[in-house]
Ligand binder design. Structure first.
Ligand code: B12
Ligand code: SF4
Length: 532
């Protein structure tokens, strides 16, 4: 049977999709893997203009050109987040138009979080982990048996919706037995106006720079109101538990990626709560990683409550060079509104710990959410004061509040009669208030009291009529991105800045030399924390 798997997303990281692609290829070797990306997620121009979260309207001819090869398959499997749901729907329509017999399955985060909407557009959707569910479905589908009772799948039988229950979540052992994610080079990426091209190193470098991104552990014990986690936990309480594959599986996965793309020079872990892993697990990871991979790595999902010196030292000794931590706001009231379990004092304590190791790391990036319509003047001020006293160095990932459908936040806002843009709208396009301009300045440096006080007095919440400063905001963004870029250059890190420059430096051997000789190395304590 001919199967086409398509990832509709900005970028080619697509961790879950690549796992699915590898699994489906084993079940059905005649499977072709496609990516539809606009390469904007890491584009410098889009970053400065705050347009990363946007997808330009796709030209009609592009949609047709994308759909043509897909429509030659018997089964087309789409994967997307909510931001790309509209585009996926357009592509499904085009595929159906060209081949009404093609069976369409839609998986990924969108059908998990918004199943009722997704099932209107596909023959089947996957509402949870895909591997075992797809195997069960595909076996029956192929052999003409009844597949409509597959767990983790819903079906649209000419408008009649069949909603099946969830499968139990995979265990760590199940995860360790899966094939390694699909990184074979046998994959195709869409080039606007031209059609699908075989994915090359050039595409990889354009989209990912010198980094390899993965997710080792899945799950988060918390349930912040704006997060997709609220839905995952509603579907299955055991999603709170942090599950992970064996260390050996993870190392084999990274080794496979490096074999396919030898220029990979940084590993990026996007786990929701990496530092929540027990100390013993982190110790095993650190030892194996240092021995077998020995490349700098960054941990992107750090929850302040789990920042501990002993865990951090283990990771630093293994090569950790950057972390991203969610703080979201400095106002206690707003944190309570988001049901964040990390009060400002705990965040400050975590920032102090991170700052003690600043010599060994690119400044940590703290996520912050602005443009919340319920913020008062006191909240805006509390946030600015908090950022001004937080231990340095740090930078910020500045987001504009958007709602993910079916999350608690969506209900909270509806309850207050507030209409909030959905995540499909640009999520980093901040309102150009003075307060937001100041946040960008605070991402670069501390503001001395003589300047901070008069400026902060004029900072107002977004709902209050006030002068707007779009040019100043643009200038601040450019300045902040420059400062950020320079701090990465101190480590010759090309995980955020993508494109040919990093690749050429890698070819000359400069990246390896810099990592070995110029980057300060944290020496593991004589007695490793795990053994204390
Ligand atoms: C890793 C990650 C990223 C990475 C990589 C993205 C990727 N697709 O892999 C990066 C950093 C690029 C990223 C960016 C963003 N992310 Co993100 N990310 C995650 C994270 C932490 C883990 C996803 C993951 O790998 N899970 C593990 C894998 C195994 O699970 P999975 O992806 O669900 O895949 C399984 C199933 O969905 C299914 N499946 C998948 N595809 C298919 C296809 C078929 C045919 C079938 C049958 C099944 C199937 O099987 C897979 C294997 O079991 C999630 C949070 C979470 N816990 O899910 C947020 C999450 C997905 N991200 C989110 C968001 C909003 C974003 C951003 C838009 C904004 C932001 N705040 O950063 C950007 C946009 C990215 C872009 N490219 O345009 C939201 C999505 C909400 C939504 N409704 O869409 C989440 C849920 C976090 C949240 N805030 O709630 N993200
Ligand atoms: S701590 Fe992070 S991953 Fe966990 S629920 Fe909150 S926002 Fe989501």
């Amino acid at each position: 049977m001919k199967v086409a798997l398509v990832c509709v997303e900005d970028g080619i990281v697509s961790v879950g999709f690549r796992k699915m692609a590898a699994y489906v290829k084993v079940l059905n070797p005649d499977t072709t893997v496609y990516y539809v990306s606009q390469g904007k997620y890491r584009s410098l121009r889009a970053m400065i203009a705050g347009r990363q979260g946007e997808w330009n309207a796709l030209h009609r001819e592009d949609a047709r050109r994308i759909a043509e090869p897909l429509s030659r398959a018997d089964l087309v499997g789409f994967s997307s987040m909510t931001g790309y749901a509209g585009l996926t729907e357009t592509l499904i329509r085009q595929v159906r138009d060209l081949n009404p017999r093609a069976y369409v399955v839609w998986g990924g985060i969108h059908p998990i979080i918004v199943p009722e909407a997704a099932i209107q557009h596909a023959d089947a959707i996957c509402t949870g982990e895909g591997e075992f569910a797809f195997a069960e479905f595909f076996e029956a589908f192929k052999s003409g048996k009844d597949y409509t009772r597959t767990r983790n799948f819903w079906f649209n039988l000419d408008g009649k919706i069949v909603r099946n229950p969830f499968r139990p979540l995979m265990t760590g052992e199940d995860m360790s037995a899966l094939p390694l994610p699909h990184y074979s080079g046998q994959e195709f990426i869409y080039a606007p106006g031209r059609g699908f091209e075989k994915m090359t190193t050039g595409h990889y470098v354009h989209e990912n720079g010198l980094s390899y991104t993965t997710v080792w552990s899945i799950g988060c014990p918390f349930q912040c109101t704006y997060c997709g986690n609220t839905k995952f936990i509603e579907n299955d309480e055991s999603y709170r538990k942090v599950r992970h594959s064996r260390v050996a599986y993870l190392i084999a996965e990274i080794e496979q990626a490096i074999r396919a793309h030898p220029h990979i020079s940084t590993i990026v872990f996007q786990d929701d709560s990496f530092m929540a892993l027990p100390l013993g697990v982190l110790a095993e990871f650190a030892a194996e990683y240092k021995k077998r991979i020995d490349l700098p790595f960054s941990v992107q999902g750090v929850i302040p409550s789990y920042v501990r010196r002993d865990k951090l030292e283990l990771l630093l000794a293994a090569g950790l060079n950057r972390v991203r931590m969610g703080i979201q706001n400095g106002s206690q009231r707003i944190l309570e509104f988001y049901e964040r379990k990390t009060p400002p004092a705990r965040i400050e304590a975590a920032a102090v710990i991170l700052s003690e190791y600043r010599r060994y790391m690119i400044p940590p990036a703290f996520d912050i959410i602005l443009d919340n319509p319920i913020e008062t003047r006191e909240d805006v001020l509390a946030n600015l004061e908090f950022l001004n006293r937080l231990a340095r160095p740090f930078t910020l990932n500045v987001f504009s509040l958007r709602s993910i459908p079916n999350t608690v936040l969506e209900k909270q806002m509806a309850g207050r009669g507030i209409s909030l843009d959905e995540i499909s709208a640009n999520y980093i396009h901040n309102i150009p208030t003075l307060a937001n301009c100041l946040v960008y300045l605070l991402a670069i440096c501390r503001i001395p009291p003589w300047l901070f006080e008069p400026l902060a007095r004029r900072a107002l919440p977004m709902t209050t009529p006030q002068p707007m400063y779009p040019r100043l905001l643009l200038f601040m963004r450019a300045l902040y991105l420059t400062a950020r870029g320079l701090s990465h250059m101190r480590f010759l890190d090309f995980s955020v800045v993508t494109g040919k420059t990093g690749y050429l430096l890698w070819r000359t051997g400069a990246i390896g030399f810099w990592n070995r000789r110029m980057v300060p190395k944290f020496k593991a304590p004589a007695v490793l924390p795990a053994a204390r």
